[in-house]
Design a protein around this ligand. Structure first.
Ligand code: TXA
Ligand code: MG
Length: 344
């Protein structure tokens, strides 16, 4: 299937590369040769392609089964490289200074002449930029020495991966559909980056994520408008933020006080006596809950019966709790069709 730009790599399966010098160098060589390589960031694993190579970028869309209208985040090792690619303006530049490297993505107008494949922007005029802080991501991006387009390394509409095993799973991940995964262990933040659009009128929150909204508000002295999903039939600002996203196969019941018979429990705080399941954090720590959310959802989803249900405790809507609740709402949203099984 040369369609995804991988050629014979696909048939050999997906290599797991150690995050040592040799592994990072091998990953960078593959990426520079137009292949698809998953790599760890502090938020979640991304599936990277050379953003200057249209065929490699097209490979991301086909490996993920991602709709062509959903643009990709460009990853850079060095905040200084952003100025040549996007017009961040004074506000964007101040945010970049304050929070890069880190779990923040900025959306701004693409500079004319920037050598980025148009499919990265899904044909649009604005680009999303991120400088991840994870040391393996930093080493990898420095060695690639080109901008890397990278969405989360999951099939479109599925829960993001926070461990290499999630990426490698042939059913719920991308095992067999990408060339390699650079193994950096579990991602410390565990939720995707916070996305802000930088506009003349100010900032808009497109996705709550791994950098708390309160932290951004405190640094900028402004209040961010809440990131409501666009009503059906209207244009989405971050097209990936469709209501039903991050979807496990099991049904979720949110804001539950206790599990009902037959339900698995996804808790926050100590496990109730006799409950079957897990807690995001026994001590009620939001950072720990964020880091564990996607792995817990995957485990409970695998443990649930085919038409099973997961009852979810309420999580405080502050700090990273806002992003946790956003992902839980999306995971619980009604879905028009059952999750697409991985081809092959
Ligand atoms: O933490 C993260 O952001 C991870 C890691 C790998 O960096 N990446 C990630 O990518 O979550 P993805 O593709 O799963 O989600 C990116 C979101 C999507 O909702 C997409 O629509 C939005 O960002 N986005 C990307 N480019 C955009 C643009 N130019 N304008 C508006 N939204 C954009
Ligand atoms: Mg994603």
């Amino acid at each position: 299937m040369a369609r995804n730009g991988q050629g014979a790599g696909e048939r050999r399966g997906t290599q797991r590369l150690a995050a040592d010098r040799a592994g990072v160098a091998a990953a960078a060589r593959l990426l520079r040769a137009g292949r698809l390589v998953a790599f760890p960031t502090e938020t979640v694993y991304g599936i990277g392609a050379d953003a200057t190579d249209p065929a490699a970028v097209a490979g991301i869309y086909s490996a993920k089964g991602r709709p062509a209208e959903n643009p990709l985040i460009l990853h850079l090792a060095d905040p200084a490289a952003a100025a040549d690619i996007a017009a961040l303006g004074p506000l964007g530049a101040a945010l970049a200074r304050a929070f890069w490297p880190g779990p923040l993505t900025l959306v701004a107008p693409l500079r004319p002449g920037a050598a980025i494949a148009p499919a990265v922007m899904a044909g649009g005029a604005r680009i999303a930029l991120r400088v991840p802080a994870h040391p393996v991501a930093q080493a990898f991006l420095r060695m690639v020495a080109r901008p890397v387009a990278a969405p989360s390394a999951n099939p479109s509409g599925r829960v993001s991966p926070t461990e290499p095993a999630h990426v490698l799973d042939p059913r719920t991940g991308l095992g067999g559909r990408i060339d390699a995964v650079l193994d950096g262990g579990a991602c410390p933040v565990g939720l995707e980056s916070t996305i802000l659009a930088v506009e003349e009128q100010g900032l808009r929150l497109l996705r709550p994520g791994g950098l708390a909204v309160e932290t951004i508000e405190a640094a900028t002295g402004t209040r961010l408008a809440p990131a409501d999903p666009a009503p059906r039939g209207t244009v989405l600002e971050a097209p990936g933020m469709m209501e039903s996203h991050y979807a496990p196969a099991a049904r979720l019941r949110l804001e539950a006080a206790a599990p009902e018979p037959g339900e698995l429990w996804l808790g926050f705080g100590p496990m109730p006596a006799g409950a079957e399941g897990e807690t995001l954090s026994a001590t009620g720590d939001l950072d720990e809950a964020a880091a564990r959310l996607f792995a817990c959802l995957r485990r409970l989803d695998a443990a649930a019966r085919p038409d099973g249900r997961i009852a979810v405790a309420s999580v405080p809507d502050a700090g990273l709790g806002r992003a946790i609740n956003d992902r839980l709402r999306r995971a619980a949203a009604p879905r028009p069709a059952p999750p697409r099984p991985a081809p092959g």
